[in-house]
Design a protein around this ligand. Sequence first.
Ligand SMILES: [Zn+2]
Length: 581
Amino acid sequence: MKRRHFLGTLAFLPFVGRAQEGPPEADPVEKMTAPSTPTIALNHLGFRPRVGRKTLVVRATGSTRPKSFTLRDVVDVKFRLTRPLAEGRSDFGPCLTADFTDVNRPALYQITVGKEHSIQFAVHEDVWRRTIPKAVGYYRYQRCGVEVPGVHPACHLDDARRRDTGEHVDVVGGWHDAGDLRKWMEVTMLNGVALLNLYRNNPDPRPADPTREQLLEEVRYGNRYFLKMQDADGKIWADAAGGVNGDNSDNHWTDNVVGTSDDRYINPTKRSGTAAVFATLQGLVGQCYAETDPDYAKRCLEAGIRAWRAFPEPPASTDDLAWWTLAACELYRATHDKEFQEHGYLLGRALTKRQNTSFIADQRQVRGFWMNGDQPYMDIVNSALPPLALLELHATFPDAADRSKWLDAVRLHLDEYVLPISQRNAYRIIPLGMFIGSPTPETYRPLAGNLTYRYFHPVRKQFWWQGANCHLGSNALVLARAYKLTEKREYVDLAYRQLEWIMGANPFAACMMTGEGMRNPYPHSRFIGLIPGGIMNGIAGNMQDEPVLDMHYTLDWRTCEYWSPHVAFYIWANSVLESIA
Ligand SMILES: [Zn+2]
C-alpha cells in the first residue's frame, strides 16, 4: 500500500484518546456489564493435562439453576461424562462451579450446560505454549521507525523534538506502546525485560517456539530507541510522543521529515523509576548478548550502569524501590560487582519493611500486601513487583543472610493475602487493590474492619481508569516463581486462573487476546487494527465494582485497547509456567 493511500484510509478515524475523554458521568462503558448469556465461563485455550486445575464456572443468571454439565470428546463421541454443578461463592453474582481436573486424556472437548455449548477446547500439554509465538510476534507489528510489511510503512522517522528547548534529537525506533502511536519508556522497556526473561527461561526452544535469534533481534530493535533516550547525565527521558500537556496531540502519523510542524515531542522528564527499568533491561542485555555480540552487550551494560549511578538517593515509592532491586540483581549478574550486591541487600531490606506484616484497619483476615506510605500499594503495571523483586534477590544471591526473610515475605504475601482474597470470587482473580475505607464516592467491597477492596480501578478517583490484565499476568508470574521454590501446588493452580480470566474464563466469556478463543471484543487499535497476539486492557469495573467490557464496538480504550504490559507479563509468566511439569 502506498503511503498516501495508507494515510487516506486513516483520515476518518476519530481522534479521541486518554486525555480527551469526557467526564466519567457520560461514560457509556460503565453500563456495559455482562449480558445474561453466555453463562459458561471457561478458559478458551483449554488445559494442560497435569498442571493446574480444570475449573468450570457457570453464571446462574436465570431463574432455574442447571444441576449438571456434560463434557464430551468432540471426535471420539463415546467419551462423555456428566457431573453435578455445585453452588459456588462469588463476588460477581451467583454461580455454579465444577472441577474436571482428573480428565487428563489429550483430546478436543466441549462442555454443555442445558442448551448452551462451550467453545471447543483442548486438553494438551501445549495449550499455552502455542500462544507464545503469537504474543512475541505482537511486537513486530508495533515497531516504530521502520516499514512493517503488510502493517504500516516506515513511520516517525522525524522523531522528535524536545518539549523544553525545541531541539531535534534522533529518537527514531522503539515500539508503539498500545493501540496508539506513542512511545512511553517504562512500559515499552518492560517488553524487552519480558522477552529476555523468556530467552533466559527457555534455553532450549522447541521448533515451534520463538527462536533465540528472533528474541534477541526483537529486543535489539526496541533497545535502539531506549539507548537514544538516555541523556548525557545518565538519566532517562520519560517518553517520545506521549503528548504535550497530558493530551493526545502527538498521537498521529507524521510526514517523516525533520523540522516540519507535525514533528512529535520528547518529554525530557527524568524519573528515578524510568532509569531503574532501563538499568534492569541493560543488565539483562549485558548477560543475554555476551556470547553472540560482546561489544553490544558491554555498551548496553555500561549505559545501564550510568543510569544506576545517576540516582544515588534511595527510591521514594514502592514501585521504584522494587524496580531498583531488580536492577541491582541484573547488574550484579552481568558484572559480579559487589556494589550491586550490597545495594541489592539494602533495597531488599527497605522493600520488606514496606510489607504490611501486622493486621491493619481493625481486621484480622489478611496481611502481607505491600504499602506505599500509609495506604495499601496499588499499581496496575507494577502490581506484583515487590514480591517479584524479592524473588529475584533470592535467585541472584544464594549466600545472602536475608535470603530466608525474602522468601518468607513472599510466602506471607501469598498465603495470607493472595490465596484468601482470591477465594472471594469463583474465578479466583486477585483484586487490584486493598483500601482503607472508601477513598472515593463509589463501592469499595467491605472485607472486615475498615479494610475494603476493589477488583477493578476506582472510577471516581480520576478520569483515568482501565482494565488491568497486566495485574493478573504479573501475579501469575510471582505465583509461578514462588511455586518453583516451595512446590506448593496451589500457587500454580492460582497462577493459571489469572491467565484463564484473560483467555475467556470471565463473566463475558470473552477472550482478550486477538487470534485466540472467541467472542473477542474488537480492539481499540485505531491505526493498524487487529494485531495477532495483542492483549487488550481487559475487564474493568463500574462504580459498583461490577465487571464491564465493551462488547459493543464503541472503540472504548479503557477495556479494549492493546497495551504493552499485558503482553509482556503474559509472556514472562508463561515462560516460568512452561518449566513446571
Ligand atoms: Zn511510528
